[in-house]
Design a protein around this ligand. Structure first.
Ligand code: UD1
Ligand code: UDP
Length: 355
């Protein structure tokens, strides 16, 4: 099952591995939570994903509308197709909805990227993670602390499988191909001489005041450095309403969200990332690019402990200070977490084949 942008690069390695082995039949469902071309279709092209067998077309809505919409349609699919297992990835509303359907239909659910916890229930994803994990028969984890988190919630060893990070399978698979992207030329960027920004968490972009103060930091940074900001559709709304003059700053490039290969290339050659994304904290660690995470907590603490990630918080002054220090050449020592090696899909399929 896939639904939103961060699901595609997690599902692609699994689908490839299942197809390569030919031992398990796959029904590939896209809920349609994300539907814009550059939030969905572009990833099918870049990641060589097959066309979904079933497209639910759920689209946007409130949490209840979206979750319930996926549940109603997905239940029909599951009932008519007679599936033996449901594999969900990540922590979006579609992940939660499909897990609930599976559990109620007594179909085993396998959750890829289980056990991540920010311990912040104000994040909608935290609720999705907790419920999905409690309902899952197979909890596939990316890092050792996930097991402790799951144990604390009563999930026993027999359900937990430390398999590594599937996003990194995609990164390793496509990083060479991404070299062929012409995005740096298109945006007239010099390698290692720009700041790459993504912001889309409700806590940063749904409150106009908070977004306005973060945007002022970006404008200030753009006085000395080029800033590239592919704008998520959620964020586009606040830019239009709260910071209309933002886009007039000359060294600040506000662009549409970009595809996977273009984004890989942008990340690899950025001097630093400023982000509140979950997945980007992990990808920058593997690429060895400094990442400033504009959040008060992270469900991916291993990227701070071992990787290039720095949790700067949501205070604009702290962000400016941290950015200046990285731009002045300050670097963390880092290493790549265990089993972030490009072989996670193989390990997961080995386990599922036994089932
Ligand atoms: C969702 C996930 C979040 C994930 C993010 C990745 C939930 C609760 N949130 O957040 O965990 O980090 O995706 O990008 O599942 N929109 C469009 N076009 C699209 C998709 C969305 O215009 O193709 C707009 C709509 O106005 C929509 C808004 O973006 O209301 C938010 O979309 P939604 O899927 O509800 O949440 P995201 O903020 O994208
Ligand atoms: N990404 C992309 N284009 C963009 C922004 C992000 O391809 O314009 C990729 C990014 O490299 C990562 C994934 O999308 O693989 C992360 O998705 P997102 O930040 O939307 O979700 P989160 O990880 O926060 O749930």
């Amino acid at each position: 099952m896939v639904g939103a942008r961060p699901n595609f690069m997690k599902a692609a390695p699994l689908i490839r591995e299942f197809r390569k082995r030919g031992t398990v039949d796959i029904l590939f469902v896209h809920t349609g939570q994300h539907y814009d071309k550059n939030m969905s279709k572009v990833f099918f092209d870049d990641l060589e994903l097959p066309k979904p067998d079933i497209y639910l077309g759920i689209g946007s809505g409130t949490h209840a509308e979206q979750t319930a919409g996926v549940m109603v349609e997905f239940e029909r699919v599951v009932t008519s197709e007679g599936v033996d297992m449901i594999i969900v990835v990540g922590d979006v509303n579609s992940t939660l909805a499909c897990s609930l359907v599976g559990a109620k239909q007594h179909i085993p659910v396998a959750h890829v990227e289980a056990g991540l916890r920010s311990f912040d229930k104000n994040m909608p994803e935290e609720i999705n993670r907790m419920v999905t994990d409690i309902l899952s028969t197979y909890c596939f984890t990316t890092s050792p602390e996930a097991e402790t988190n799951l144990n604390r919630e009563g999930i026993g060893e027999e359900r937990i499988f430390f398999v590594g990070n599937i996003m990194i399978d995609s990164l390793m698979n496509y990083i060479e191909k991404a070299e062929g992207s012409s995005i740096l030329e298109t945006l007239q960027l010099e390698k290692k001489n720009y700041i790459l920004v993504t912001l889309h968490r409700p806590s940063n972009v749904d409150e106009p005041e908070q977004f306005r103060s973060l945007s002022q930091v970006l404008v200030e940074l753009s006085e000395l450095h080029t800033v590239v900001f592919p704008v998520h559709p959620r964020t586009k709304k606040v830019i239009e309403s709260a910071t209309p003059s933002f886009s007039r700053s000359s060294n600040l490039k506000l662009i549409e969200p970009v595809g996977y290969l273009d984004f890989m290339k942008l990340m690899k050659y950025a001097e630093v990332l400023v982000t509140d994304s979950g997945g980007i904290q992990e990808e920058t660690t593997v690429l060895g690019v400094p990442c400033l995470t504009v959040r008060d907590n992270t469900e991916r603490p291993i990227t701070v402990e071992m990787g290039t990630n720095i949790l700067v918080g949501t205070d604009p002054g702290d962000l400016l200070k941290a950015a200046r220090s990285v731009l002045a050449g300050e670097r963390k020592n880092y290493s790549i977490p265990p089993l972030w090696d490009g072989k996670t899909a193989e390990r997961i399929v080995d386990i599922i084949e036994k089932y």
